[in-house]
Design a protein around this ligand. Sequence first.
Ligand code: HEC
Ligand code: HEC
Ligand code: HEC
Ligand code: HEC
Length: 425
Amino acid sequence: MNRKPIVVIAVTVVLILVAVAAVRSFFWKPSDRSEVRAVPEGEYDPAVWGRRYPLEYGSFQKNLEMTASPTDFGGSVKFQHSLRQPENLTNFKGMAFGKDYTEDRGHTYALTDLKESKRITLQSPGACMTCKSAHIIDIYKSQGEAYAKKPLGELFVKMKHSITCANCHDPATMSLRVSNPAFIEAMRKKGIDVAKAPREEMRSYVCGQCHAEYYFEPETTRVVLPWDKGLHPEQVYAFYSGKPGGFEGDWVHPDSQTAMLKAQHPDFEIFSAGAHARAGISCADCHMPYMREQGRKYSSHWVTSPMKHIDASCRRCHPEEAKWLLGRVKTTQKSVWELQHTAGITVSKAHEAVARAAALAETNKGELDKAREYLRKAQWYWDFVAAENSMGFHNPALCLNILGQSIDLAHKAREAAGKASGTTP
Ligand code: HEC
Ligand code: HEC
Ligand code: HEC
Ligand code: HEC
């Protein structure tokens, strides 16, 4: 008897079943498997959420680990950036980042690190806590924008927990939500209603609400995201040049007497124009990859360098070996770091040149202001990359381009200072 057709049919059926399972697993959404176990609104203790969602909580607790990254950049070890980059001390002279500028670590430390930072005092504006704790939700509800002007010390009394589940999840439905009002407002101005955003977008918006550039509006000191003209550093610079709400800069550099801008972790801005974002990939795809434990698939809540778990974070899409992928990342970061460092040093020399020119009586003040304008922009471009957290990986082309412009502008600042004072730069 010929059994061949039966074998062929059986094998085909098995193959179809395997293929269906694979496709389902790839497109799996959390809501398919885990039913919602609501948490009371106003509950900010992650351990309480963790009793309902033990796998997510277990991975969340790994944010407490303080390990280096295999790239030698990033990582969760707190160190002063000025040790690697002494030019920071010149470029941030006269402002808080000149005193204390440490590498970031896990979300569980945000509140502790804010309290320990030498950049703040108990009298600093309450706005500083906006991205450091889930308690912002209650504080905003009861005080609105007024919290931004309250002394930080007064708000600390109300804050027990760092960044926790409620920053990103609605406790009743577990769906993703944005808790920072400044992000919602900035997106609304761009015509985007965050409350109606599709899930794929939310997987980046929950991160973008904190990992973005901002400024404190004079008078109110509330947090505002400067995106009215766009997210590109040149557009953000143009927006600041219009002195929004009377905002002229973050501080005046004591040597060069230049009104400076401080860039703050523009991860969302730089990432948004990169290859991955254009391919529809979100922050969570790399930083919160799917894991499997106890027969269940879940999103890792250990939000750290993806290079600590390349198999989960990159190889879902890239078939190449982990070692090769790490090599790609390191090559990109090395070339960005080299230009970033050169730009930082060139900018610091421009501060010195402008300061020297300013000290001479014969210097043409009008000409010197031109040098200051070049300098302000040069530092902004340098800092936009230096303050971003991936050492260029999120968007190598954009980072290298603005670093090149930064170096050029810093040289122009030195030339203009020389011309203003009649000396050679
Ligand atoms: C395609 C993968 C990918 C996506 C998507 C992605 N990142 Fe990253 N991210 C990386 C890599 C790679 C690094 C470098 C890590 C290192 O050097 O160890 C990094 C670094 C970081 C760091 C610093 C990590 C550290 O160890 O200090 C932060 C913060 C960060 N990304 C935030 C974001 C945010 C916010 C988004 C979305 C707007 C995003 N990332 C999207 C791959 C990604
Ligand atoms: C920084 C933002 C953020 C924080 C903080 C956070 N989550 Fe999530 N969570 C996400 C994202 C992004 C997803 C993926 C959602 C999606 O794709 O629909 C997710 C998914 C989930 C899911 C759905 C199942 C899964 O694993 O994908 C559960 C349950 C969950 N989180 C629980 C928690 C708990 C419990 C905490 C606190 C211990 C927490 N989350 C903290 C961003 C966050
Ligand atoms: C409520 C504000 C907030 C939200 C929401 C948020 N972050 Fe963060 N993130 C921070 C702060 C603040 C730090 C630095 C904490 C520290 O150093 O104490 C940080 C640190 C990090 C780090 C460095 C961790 C390490 O091990 O060095 C990564 C990576 C990161 N965030 C990525 C993300 C991604 C991806 C999302 C979205 C899923 C996200 N963050 C959502 C505020 C936030
Ligand atoms: C969800 C799928 C997905 C994940 C996860 C992902 N990538 Fe990609 N990656 C892509 C796609 C799609 C492209 C192609 C984009 C294009 O060509 O426009 C790409 C492009 C790249 C490129 C070339 C473009 C560039 O920016 O240099 C590199 C390098 C890369 N990925 C590395 C990584 C690494 C490292 C990780 C993990 C940290 C990662 N990717 C995670 C889908 C992914």
